[in-house]
Design a protein around this ligand. Sequence first.
Ligand code: 6GU
Length: 297
Amino acid sequence: MQTPHVVTDDAPALQTDEATASRIHFDIFTLFPQMFSGPFDESIIQRARANGLISWALHNIRDYTTDRHHVCDDTPYGGGGGMIMKPQPIFRAIETVLSRPAGWVLPAEAAYVSLPPWEAEAPPSLPPAVPVILLSPQGRLLNQQIVLELSQYRRLALICGRYEGVDERVASRLATDELSIGDYVLSGGELAAMVLVDALTRLVPGALGHCLAAHQDSHSPGLGGLLEGPHYTRPLTFRQETAPEILLSGHHAQVHQWRREQALARTLVRRPDLLESAALSATDLAFLRRLGWEPKA
Ligand code: 6GU
């Protein structure tokens, strides 16, 4: 049985300028918010936050429990091993946060004891423009196309499930999307959420120093869905291997063509599946045919 909890007035929203002005705000729901400290405190993600391009709020699902022991999981109906994440704390956390402005976080002193009121049985209407993404190995496989689509939103909610599982009603009634980052098993969705935040941050204009870079990445539309070819920098010769002469020639058109061919050849060897959906010119096709490749009918 749940212990009754004290209901206070709505806490004042911590609506920072940063949160409202940022291009994308991430609300991340997790039992392990501290896992995000290292990765989010360095490099591009940190710089994008410092520049006001992105913002995030970490919400500890456990803060939204109301029982004495702050229990977030339970044994599965029907038996079997492992524990399942309970639906109520996740629903409560998501519905509380998403019905408030981007940037709002539960005041620390309100955790467990003085949560904003919540109707367990009556779903509030959540903002339609905020995807609620459950990270789980059962989700559809993340790719650059999905990242591109998600980058159009101003605010995203990410739910990090632990591996054993999340009550199915979170997937069926709360999440608008379920994503996996690959066909292998992680202990939880946290690392996957970090992967998604990183991939999205790279697409925010201004987040990368050089604005062309995101466009030239492997898998990005700029390269037509191909892998990138090899890169070289100084020294010219290292351990008896010298960088390709063409790159020093100064012939921009030839360098461009060489890079394109390297990308095509590398994709053929490593990921021929990508060629079927790549944007290929007549020149590309001729080059690939010379390497023995034929498009499938
Ligand atoms: Cl999103 N979660 C877990 N637990 N494992 C995964 C995954 C997600 N994506 C690939 N493996």
